[in-house]
Design a binder for this molecule. Sequence first.
Ligand SMILES: [Fe+2]
Length: 250
Amino acid sequence: MAYVDLHFHLLPGVDDGPEDMAASLDLARAAVADGTGTVVATPHVRTDLGLTDAVEIRARVLELRFALATEGIPLEVRCGGELGHEMVGRMRQSELELLAQGPSGGRWVLVETPFHGIGADFHAATAELRERGFGVLVAHPERSADASLDGAAGLRRELAAGSLAQVNAQSLTGDHGEESCSAAWELIAEGLISVVASDAHGPTRPPALKLARNTLLEVGVSPSAAAGLIGSTPHRLLATGIASPRAIAA
Ligand SMILES: [Fe+2]
């Protein structure tokens, strides 16, 4: 079964991902070569980086889909975003809907973990998302000071509130540095991580799900656990989503 990559900077010229359409198409070809069939395009949604207008993100996704079809690149691209937690209160409900994945009753959004750690402002933002009907996938907590300095206390509070967590493939391979690497493996060993994604940006941060799967197996993670992190859980998050407290209550 082709991979689903839930965190991927594929849109051209909007953030620190590919700078133009040609680079986006090269990155898409690399994803297909890595065994990926579906990518959620997740540009940064922050005031200092990326786009803050979800309608524009959707328009850029449609433009990219057209280019992929023209080039005959067999990659499905969904509209998403890597939401800065400080943006949550500024986003209209319709904008969050444009960036969310999963079916009705299981809608969820990808929220970027601040590098300085997970504090009260982050928890307040994700609580608002849950209140507004969205589950949360916490992006790369292993790259945050929360994981390396604070025993992942903030992440544990998030998981207790119903969030799930995603680590980057390049954290597993050590390409994000030693601290992120050891944090990623510790979080996985503790069973705190649900999903591995590429967080691909370009040639130096390429699609790497196949490499991540092989690395997991080499380190001794069971084949079924590796298949869950890389394969079945990402598929499930698109198909059935993350239940939010409001959806459960409804
Ligand atoms: Fe990212």
